[in-house]
Design a protein around this ligand. Structure first.
Ligand SMILES: CC(C)(COP(=O)(O)OP(=O)(O)OC[C@H]1O[C@@H](n2cnc3c(N)ncnc32)[C@H](O)[C@@H]1OP(=O)(O)O)[C@@H](O)C(=O)NCCC(=O)NCCS
Length: 300
């Protein structure tokens, strides 16, 4: 029987997560980085599926899922959150077929910009994305460090951190910050994050002005983070690092774009280590992030 490409359903998402974990670890082990991924409940996948089912596709062979593609849209930005093929079946055109279907999702939604985050060391994915009009834009480094190591030397934060509430005025602030930082509102994604009990959202204030936001997980992971001006990014990251060091997570981590010099310098000076080099790829004209730290390669 030929391979079937079909829209994903909720019941597929545990199997697609297992496939993604296996595919990531096959890649990262092959390139000497060790295993990177562990299984997790597919909460954001499920949220995206309910929000816009056109973005999630599986490749299936006699009931076995061999590939998965997942994209979401906010305003005029389309983002490819995942594209993974079973290691035993790579290089046979499955990834390309799945990508065609998610690209159709971008066309149907009228997106003006397309973007994704992939592994710097994966030649296959980068070549495939270039074939589809997405080009390397900038490196994004995954940094982490033992919390105990950072605690001693961190400068006092310049911004005031206040927990995000669920009010309409706060949501307007978040939408405004995102519009300035990444050119689009991510209101629905803030609602998703704010519903997650292991993530805390913070509004960052300079005096009486709200100048940014950041999220921190109970696992010590910082992001997404966004500010209204590029010169605020270092202070915003420093403030979130201070919150993280005051917490109890063993490790602290964040994704830092190569264009965010001041945050990169702070991370390095605090002893944070580059663990995985990633890459933002985008359609021409999108992705000059100097006011934004993504959460991870799927959430952006
Ligand atoms: C990336 C991935 C999804 C691609 O799926 P796939 O089924 O293996 O890819 P396909 O066979 O459809 O297409 C491969 C294409 O990549 C491109 N490619 C492969 N190697 C390349 C290279 N060294 N340089 C440039 N382009 C290259 C070619 O266009 C090739 O097509 P062709 O062989 O017909 O010329 C899959 O390999 C995978 O899961 N990799 C590991 C995880 C990963 O990195 N996923 C992407 C996360 S964003």
């Amino acid at each position: 029987m030929p391979l079937v490409y079909r829209p994903a359903c909720a019941d597929d998402l545990a199997a697609t997560d297992a496939l993604v974990v296996a595919s990531i670890n096959d890649l990262t082990v092959r390139h000497g980085f060790g295993a990177m991924a562990t299984a997790s409940p597919p909460g954001f996948q499920l949220f995206s599926l309910k929000d816009d089912p056109d973005g999630l596709w599986v490749a299936e062979d006699e009931g076995e899922i061999l590939g998965f593609a997942w994209s979401w849209v906010c305003g005029d930005v389309w983002f490819l959150a995942q594209l993974f093929v079973d290691p035993a079946r790579q290089g046979q055109g499955i990834g390309n077929e799945l990508l065609e279907r998610t690209m159709e999702h971008a066309r149907k939604s009228g997106a003006a910009h397309k973007a994704l985050i992939t592994f710097t060391f994966n030649r296959v994915s980068q070549g495939l994305y270039m074939r589809h009009g997405l080009f390397p834009k900038m490196p994004i480094y995954f940094f982490n460090v033992e919390r105990e190591r950072i605690k001693q030397t961190l400068p006092e934060p310049q911004l005031r951190a206040i927990a995000i509430d669920n009010g309409a005025a706060t949501m307007e602030n978040l939408v405004d910050i995102d519009s300035r930082a990444i050119g689009v509102s991510r209101e629905k994604h803030h609602r998703y994050l704010l519903d997650d009990p292991v993530i805390t959202g913070i509004l960052l204030h300079a005096g009486n002005d709200i100048v940014g936001y950041g999220y921190i997980g109970s696992n010590g992971h910082i992001g997404p983070l966004a500010v209204t001006r590029p010169d605020l990014l270092r202070d915003a990251f420093a403030t979130m690092l201070k919150l993280a060091t005051d917490g109890s997570a063993e490790k602290i981590s964040a994704f830092l774009p190569g264009t965010c010099d001041s945050a990169l310098s702070l991370a390095i000076n605090q002893g944070m280590r580059i663990t995985f080099p990633m890459l933002l790829m985008a359609s021409p004209g999108y992705g000059d992030w100097t006011q934004y730290l993504p959460r991870n390669p799927g959430f952006m």
